[in-house]
Design a protein around this ligand. Structure first.
Ligand SMILES: NC(=O)N[C@@H](CC(=O)O)C(=O)O
Ligand SMILES: [Zn+2]
Length: 438
């Protein structure tokens, strides 16, 4: 099986490639980077990528796929379909399923379901503590053996510093990164949105920025104490970013991600009490969003991750106070990244590829991903920086539609998604781009 992605502009920060080149994929793996003028290899199918950016496959470090246990919200297959429709060749699945992914049997089940779906690659993340209850460490060794790429109690942050210390020491022994949902629940209490002028005005209970910042400082300090690899999930506050910046200056193995909704929206978006503006961490005030934009451009932020968190319409139809936290994000992330970051001059195209592919692969040590070196997996995301398109949530591949971006128009999109040399998604604007060569 041969696929030649021809006439595109290749951007691969892992090997410093930024040039018009053809990319050849053979039997699922990158076979080589060729010049436009080189002969088309015998029997190759040609994908004409003229005018498009060809990048190593995008990797989302943070999704909730809801299987096992809440298949009415999402399954591994529907989540993986939404992923490829959004330009993601790989997604990393958080363990807050039912049962929690805190043992090898659940890990293996997730991997089997993903293999059955034959869509995006799915890398499971195991729990830090049994049932994510924060009481007893989970069997990280056995989960690692079964295929987890990281551990996290995302959604149920580890409350005790002592437990987190032991978790980091344990995870370090298995060379697993600890993905940290930073939230001091004693401060967040029963808040439902960012604490500030808008929570006052709207009469909703606030979650102070300090709830995230305190844990971020704590866990960066613990990263120093333990030497563990620590990755801060969905940072949303100036203080958490400052903690990461300091940790990096000290040479610690600390990285972080940001979500598209946190670099796009402020807490003002909650004004209409739309429960699709309710997520954890909450949308923050303008000053925090500015800190995120600065950190995206100066390199403090390592990755863009969606925190895709599907919920059923009936659950989101409750009052703001009672609706669950979370929004979907797989299909709007790249549109938002182009529209809000690239076209506004906050990041360049190579930085976009770093944030969505090179760095995620490095942070979770995903072998043969995030690069188009010969021998790497033939995972490719093709981008059209200028395509104008409108997101229609009713046509989403996800089972859920809880997004604040329904009906939004974007400039820039992921227009084709290729996993191990198989073209799994193409935007309708790319019809007629593929031909078989005898
Ligand atoms: N990010 C969210 O708003 N929700 C997450 C869990 C969580 O992190 O609270 C979910 O699983 O729904
Ligand atoms: Zn979380």
């Amino acid at each position: 099986m041969r696929l030649l992605i021809a006439n595109g502009y290749l951007i691969d920060p892992s090997q410093g490639v930024k040039a018009g080149r053809n990319l050849l994929i053979e039997d699922g793996r990158v076979a080589g980077i060729l010049n436009y003028s080189d002969d088309v290899p015998e029997g190759a199918e040609v994908f004409d990528a003229a005018g498009l950016i060809v990048a190593p496959g995008f990797i989302d470090l943070h999704v909730h796929l809801r299987e096992p246990g809440q298949e009415y919200k999402e399954t591994i297959a529907t989540g993986a379909a939404a992923a490829v429709a959004g330009g993601w060749t790989s997604v990393c699945a958080m363990p807050n399923t039912d049962p929690v992914n805190d043992n090898a049997a659940v890990t293996r089940f997730i991997i089997e379901q993903a293999e059955r779906a034959q869509l995006a690659n799915v890398f499971p993340i195991g729990a830090i503590t049994k049932g994510s209850r924060g009481e007893e460490l989970a069997e990280m060794g056995e989960m690692r053996e079964a295929g987890v790429v990281a551990v996290s109690d995302d959604g149920r942050p580890v409350p005790s510093a002592g437990m987190m210390r032991r978790a980091m020491e344990y995870a370090r022994g298995f060379d697993l990164p600890v993905v940290d949902h930073c939230e001091d629940r004693s401060l967040a209490a029963d808040g439902v949105m960012h604490e500030g002028v808008w929570s006052l005005r709207l009469g909703l209970r606030g979650i102070p920025a300090l709830a995230e910042e305190l844990d971020a400082w704590r866990d960066c300090a613990l990263a120093e104490l333990t030497g563990a690899r620590v990755h801060l999930a969905h940072v949303s506050t100036r203080g958490a970013i400052e903690a990461v910046r300091r940790a990096k200056e000290r040479g610690l193995s600390v990285t972080c991600e940001v979500t598209p909704h946190h670099f796009t929206l402020t807490d003002e978006a909650v004004e209409g009490y739309d429960t699709n503006t309710k997520m954890n961490p909450p949308l923050r005030s303008r000053d925090h969003v500015q800190a995120i934009l600065d950190a995206l451009s100066d390199g403090t932020i390592d990755a863009i991750a969606t925190d895709h968190a599907p919920h059923h319409a009936d659950e989101k139809a409750l009052e703001f106070d009672r609706a669950p936290f979370g929004i979907t994000g797989l299909e709007t992330a790249i549109g938002l990244a182009f529209d809000r970051l690239v076209h506004r001059g906050i990041i360049g195209l190579d930085r976009l590829v770093e944030l969505c592919s090179t760095n995620p692969a490095r942070i979770f040590k995903l072998e043969g991903r995030g690069t188009l070196r010969p021998g790497a997996w033939g995972d490719v995301t093709i981008l059209d920086p200028n395509l104008r398109w409108t997101f229609d949530a009713r046509r989403s591949r996800s089972k859920s539609r809880n997004t604040p971006f329904d009906g939004w128009t974007f400039q820039g999109a992921a227009v084709a998604t290729i996993v191990a040399g198989r073209v799994l998604y193409t935007h309708p604007s790319l019809e007629d781009r593929r031909r078989a060569i005898a």
